[in-house]
Design a protein around this ligand. Structure first.
Ligand SMILES: Nc1ncnc2c1ncn2[C@@H]1O[C@H](COP(=O)(O)OP(=O)(O)OP(=O)(O)O)[C@@H](O)[C@H]1O
Ligand SMILES: [Mg+2]
Length: 296
């Protein structure tokens, strides 16, 4: 059984045009305008499957529907049409929402919006406290989670003394404390410097490899997608491409059509190919490129 299964899901954001944006009061309806304005679906007929333990990247240009799709994965949004199963549970089943939220944790873009506690360990404990878990158990679980993201020495720090990358790792620890099966990162490295980006990506990659946690990372950094087991590319709300990094990045024209650029190494390989060198299209690592150049 797949961990995530989407069957023709569509999502359309509710239209708020009858409500005044400032006062929140209902506007008087214009009797002449009975025709409803056709609105676009933010995601359209998405069908896909993700297996437990996979490291998945979702790519796509601004507004292509990545975040809308991601919010379906822990039932923050429910499909307008179609069905989404998370670990076998249909996200439309109200009673199971908390099970889904516990098993799929989300890390968002802005590190400053996600930390609630005034001390790191209190912040990590927050979710468990809400579940009414005994305090000894909480302490144990908080220190284990902080250790797993390499932040144990910062347990008593104030979060505002941390770098962006460290804050994101604390956010990951807060999710880990809940013993999730899956972590979804919605551009969680976008506001970080290169070092912070590496810290966060290395941490989640390790959790994926060592603990078998399914990781679904939305990113604008093509380099991050090179490590993925499988990539989904979205375009205008639709699933435009899917495949392994080699399958995806060997299709340079389609990547361009999706509004994306190739990872730098693939750009270099492409430039050499255009100069007449015989470099296979599926070269995506420095070793492969070195080998291809040696074989000229
Ligand atoms: N809260 C909202 N209300 C109405 N429309 C929305 C809302 N959020 C997103 N949309 C629209 O849905 C579509 C998909 O947006 P979404 O945020 O999912 O894209 P994205 O791929 O995550 O983009 P980005 O890379 O900029 O984060 C866009 O057309 C967007 O304008
Ligand atoms: Mg987004």
């Amino acid at each position: 059984m797949s961990f995530i299964k989407a069957e023709k899901i569509k999502y359309r954001y509710p239209v708020m045009e009858d409500v005044d944006a400032f006062s929140g009061e209902e506007k008087e309806k214009d009797k002449q305008q009975e025709e409803p304005k056709p609105e676009e679906d933010a995601i359209k007929d998405i069908s896909l499957e993700i297996q437990a333990g996979q490291f998945i990247c979702i790519l796509g240009m601004n507004g292509s529907g990545k975040s809308t799709f991601a919010k379906h994965l822990n039932a923050l949004l429910l499909p307008t049409e179609g069905t989404l199963w998370v670990d076998g549970i249909d996200t439309n089943e109200d009673e199971q929402v908390w099970d889904i939220r516990k098993s799929v944790g989300m890390v968002f873009q802005n590190p400053d919006n996600q930390i609630i506690g005034s001390v790191v360990d209190e912040d990590v404990a927050f979710g468990l406290e809400n579940l009414g878990i005994p305090s000894e158990q909480i302490q144990e679980s908080v220190s284990r989670s902080l250790e797993e993201v390499g932040m144990k020495d910062f347990a008593k720090y104030s979060p505002n003394k941390l770098s962006g990358g460290q804050k994101q790792r604390v956010a990951v620890a807060g999710i880990l404390a809940m013993e999730p099966k899956c972590i979804v990162l919605d551009e969680s490295t976008a506001m970080l410097d290169p070092r912070g980006r590496d810290e966060v990506m290395d941490t989640v990659l390790r959790l994926n490899k060592e603990k078998g946690i399914t990781v679904i990372a939305i990113t604008h950094y093509m380099e991050e997608a090179l490590d993925a087991d499988y990539i989904f590319v979205m375009k205008k709300g639709e699933l435009f491409m899917q495949g392994t990094p080699k399958e995806i990045f060997s299709q340079d024209e389609k990547i361009e059509e999706a509004g994306l650029t190739l990872p730098q190494l693939c750009q270099l390989a492409k430039a050499l190919r255009e100069k007449g060198m015989n470099i296979p299209k599926d070269v995506i690592t420095a070793d492969e490129l070195r080998e291809a150049i040696k074989n000229q």
